[in-house]
Design a protein around this ligand. Structure first.
Ligand code: FE2
Length: 468
């Protein structure tokens, strides 16, 4: 374990940063002489950021632009505004710079939120969008997205990941660092808001308005599209629909419904399956399938997810032909027995061993799988089983926290006298992750980015065989 290496990357692009990291091609993917695998090409360049006409109005458009669940052809958009009617302008990157793609006039937000889907987009292409007041004089901040590659478009993919945007470190500055990277997308892995105590739809919306008006999150979501899952605090602390106790907040079905409405309107998501409609797959070209789990909305007794969801994820993993399979779970899959025993095991897969075994059996059977999680307030690269366990080769990346109270994981490891070898990186600091997938090399390079932009630690995972 190491937490001492730091290299400053602020102001550099992800591709530039990635080229300095081990295991990443540094020349944009040109074929290299001699034997051995070749890195995949980088995405094409984008024009300088678009500056729309009109005066930026951060009162009427205080919450920025959110784009979610982008595919190779479409994007979901959500924008909050004080305006009763707005016009939308979408521009597309071209050899001549930004050119107009679409203008929609007279759009009317509902409850202050405008939600729509952009369709007819080109694969692996950058777009920017902005809203204007109906007289055209005032505008929102511009938002950027990059569509997914098509089925044939193999290239390196660059994405961010984080979780737990709490109040102990309220600036969430590591998000600002990710915003400078022109990511393909960012994963929000749960606890994006801490809505504990909210009892009405307006309460939940207030939490989301507060979060979305925070400059670092607003910058990040203006810079790329989001892919979100939820954890408990989008509803209440360790919530339960039954009777609560000191550790579990009881919520009513109406509260749960209101929390879900507010979550979905703040962070646009395609409707998936299950009661909450949250678990789903997104494909990002031929090299990446993202499996987005709902580990909170279907808990019941010995089940952390419904049997339907478990059957779905295991079948999907086995059927996926993507080079990489990212499983996004708000809670850890890792067996933490060596570090913390069974403490709070009911808040992670460890407390549901029968279902965990079923998921692990599928995950270790196919190449290219990695798990991304949040929730526990420390960053990590960890094996999901001890080094001699059956799933020891499967890695979990714990991303974040960006702003919640830090779990004293290094102190805990020191108390144990050693860091169990299952834990390859532990980060006890506010941070977010920058990830680079290289299908040509079969690698995932993960870097833990601190609030000051330094790289706390980096590792290269060989997730699949290099391409031949
Ligand atoms: Fe959290």
């Amino acid at each position: 374990m190491s937490t001492s290496r730091r290299r400053f990357i602020a102001g550099a692009s992800a591709l530039a940063v990635a080229s300095t990291l081990p295991g990443c091609g540094g020349d944009g993917g040109e074929p290299q002489g001699g034997p051995g695998p070749s890195p995949s090409p980088d995405r094409g360049p984008e024009p300088e950021p678009w500056v729309p006409d009109g005066q930026l109005d951060l009162e009427a458009f205080a919450w920025g632009v959110q784009a979610g669940d982008v595919t190779d052809r479409a994007a979901l958009i959500s924008v909050r505004t004080l305006e009763a009617s707005v016009d939308l302008t979408v521009v597309v990157a071209s050899d001549q710079g930004w050119v107009e793609h679409e203008v929609r006039a007279g759009l009317q937000p509902v409850d202050g939120v405008l939600q729509l889907e952009l369709t007819g987009l080109r694969p692996d292409t950058a777009y920017q969008l902005a809203l204007h007041s109906s007289d055209g004089t005032r505008r929102s901040p511009a938002g950027r997205i990059r569509t997914a590659p098509s089925g044939e478009g193999s290239r390196r993919l660059v994405f961010g990941a984080t979780s737990c945007l709490g109040t102990d470190n309220p600036g969430w500055e590591s998000l600002q660092r990710l915003a400078e990277e022109q990511l393909d997308f960012v994963l929000l892995l749960g606890d994006t808001v801490y809505a504990d105590g909210a009892v009405s739809l307006e309460d939940y919306r207030t939490h989301w308005r507060r979060a979305l008006s925070t400059p670092s999150l607003r910058s990040l979501l203006a810079s790329t599209s989001l892919i979100a899952i939820w954890d408990d605090h989008e509803v209440a602390n360790n919530w339960t629909l039954g009777e609560g106790d000191a550790l579990q907040d009881a919520v009513t079905p109406e509260q749960l419904s209101d929390a879900l409405i507010a979550f979905r309107e703040a962070l646009p998501q395609r409707r998936g399956s299950g009661g909450s409609g949250l678990w789903r797959r997104l494909s990002w070209g031929p090299d990446l399938d993202l499996f987005l789990l709902d580990c909170r909305g279907e808990r019941d007794g010995a089940q952390i997810v419904s049997e339907e969801q478990l059957a779905w994820i295991t079948a999907e993993l086995r059927a996926s032909s993507a080079t990489f399979k990212v499983v996004a779970s708000s809670v850890h899959l890792t067996d933490h027995d060596a570090l913390m025993g069974e403490a709070q095991a009911q808040d992670r897969w460890q407390g549901y061993p029968a279902q965990r075994d079923v998921l692990l059996e599928a995950a270790v059977e196919v190449p290219g799988v990695v798990v991304l999680t949040g929730d526990m307030h420390y960053g990590a690269l960890q094996r999901v089983d001890p080094v001699d366990g059956p799933a020891a080769e499967l890695r979990e990346i714990a991303a974040g926290p960006a702003g919640s109270g830090l779990f004293l994981v290094e102190a805990l490891a020191a108390l144990r006298g050693e860091v169990p070898p299952q834990y390859e990186i532990l980060v006890e600091d506010w941070s977010s992750c920058l990830c680079v997938l290289d299908p040509g090399l079969g690698t995932l390079t993960v870097s833990f980015i601190a609030d000051d932009g330094s790289v706390i630690d980096t590792s290269v995972l060989q997730l699949s065989e290099p391409a031949v």
